[in-house]
Design a binder for this molecule. Structure first.
Ligand code: C5P
Length: 400
């Protein structure tokens, strides 16, 4: 499935570097060619000779290697690949990527490339959970860097927790997904998914939000990825972690979400599962609001947010072939959803009853009715990831 694909593999200096050897072997078995790059620190863990032998290719080690520069400069090296993979990605490499440093061959290639970059972080659990690394992770996700792992488990340093590098088969699967080379009916398709709530600021420390956990949108993005789609996942501040192997774009407000969605087009399909705030505070303060001692609360006024689903559905140029909205209703579910489908101009609406008695909002199950041009289909109540799988299959059929 990776036949003819060229992977630029940057091996960072961590104990997990030995797994990069198996990764090279598996990639070559699938027909990919691997151009390996070792950081100075990586050479302390694996030898250039064993990497070169397994890759059947020269190992690139030094930015100022003049022979290499004459034959293939670092710019060209970074672009000749179909995908750049960093495994293991150490805390230090992540920090340098997030900061835009280019002080050795690996970091220069990462800055110079015009291809997608997938990283497999590996580090001690405290280093992974350190606020600096988490800040860098968020920056890198925002830059469109793809992540695989880290996993939870026992670490070489004797501690336990998140920080173990993903296993080579998982990294191979993430590489296939990133290249759209995964098998599956959605291979080669780009699908956009919005998810989670939005936060609409009142002042710098307060905001208006809703109870959406992001669970349904997250499950949907994972199901679409599993069918081979390249997924861009635009998410508000959700309480469940974003899926792996998709491009994650984090936003806070409805207006940021619309901008991120427009920037992610073109797409073959767009699924709007986010619980977008209908209104934002029009008079949001740029300083923290204070009690004034008189007992009078501040008066908030509201402005309507853009309707992202309607905006994209009604685009003249570049409208995704299939646009799907959700309708969370507490009464007259199907009638309201059908009216919404017509009003917004989307192709399908996934309607669900979110009255508190159902426990659906924030829960793990969903009971939905799918409304299309052909009519309404009510599905039995099932786990949100089964709803997601079924919907992803229907999307694949529609795009086939
Ligand atoms: O109008 P309502 O919020 O009920 O519509 C729900 C659908 O519209 C969902 O698919 C939601 O993601 C989308 N939506 C949106 N932008 C808004 C409001 C809702 O994309 N501002």
């Amino acid at each position: 499935m990776l036949a003819g694909k060229r992977i630029l593999l940057i091996i960072g200096g961590g104990i997990a570097a030995y797994k990069a050897l198996e990764l090279i072997r598996r990639l070559r078995e699938r027909g990919a060619s691997v151009s390996p790059v070792l950081t100075r620190a990586a050479e302390e863990f694996v030898t250039p000779l064993s990497v070169a032998a397994l890759a059947g290719a020269n190992v690139h080690r030094d930015l100022f290697d003049l022979t290499a520069e004459a034959e293939m400069g670092h710019i060209q090296l970074s672009r000749a690949a179909d995908l750049v993979v960093v495994a293991p990605a150490t805390a230090d490499l992540m920090a340098r990527m997030a900061g835009g440093l280019a002080n050795d061959l690996a970091s220069t290639l990462l800055m110079a490339t015009d291809k997608r970059v997938l990283i497999a972080p590996a580090m001690n659990v405290r280093m992974w959970t350190h606020p600096a690394t988490q800040r860098n992770r968020a920056v890198l996700e925002g830059d469109g860097i793809l992540f695989v792992g880290p996993n939870d488990g026992d670490m070489a340093c004797g501690e336990h927790g998140p920080g173990r590098m993903a296993e080579p088969p998982e990294i191979v699967a993430a590489i296939e997904a990133a290249l759209g080379a995964a098998a599956g009916p959605l291979a080669g398709r780009h699908v956009l998914v919005t998810s989670g709530p939005t936060h609409e600021p009142i002042d710098p420390v307060r905001y208006i939000a809703n109870r959406s956990s992001g669970a349904q949108g997250t499950a949907l993005a994972a199901a679409l990825r599993d069918l081979g789609a390249g997924v861009t996942f635009v998410t508000g501040p959700a309480s469940v972690p974003a899926p792996q192997g998709v491009t994650v774009v984090r936003v806070e407000t409805a207006r940021e979400m619309l901008a991120a969605v427009e920037a992610a087009l073109p797409a073959d399909a767009a699924i709007f599962a986010a619980a977008v705030a209908d209104w934002r505070v029009a008079n949001a303060a740029d300083r923290k609001l204070k009690k004034d001692g008189t007992g009078t609360p501040p008066a908030l006024s509201f402005a309507e947010n853009p309707d992202i689903l309607a905006t994209i559905s009604q685009r003249e140029a570049g409208r995704p072939r299939l646009v799907v909205g959700f309708a969370a209703e507490t009464d007259d579910v199907i009638a309201h959803a059908a009216a919404k489908r017509a009003r917004k101009g989307c192709d399908w609406i996934v309607a669900n009853d979110v009255s508190p008695a159902t426990g659906i909002m924030g829960g793990s199950e969903n009971a939905v009715t799918l409304l299309t041009a052909a009519g309404a289909e009510t599905w039995p109540r099932m786990a949100k990831d089964r709803v997601a799988r079924r919907l992803a299959e229907r999307i694949a059929e529609a795009l086939a």
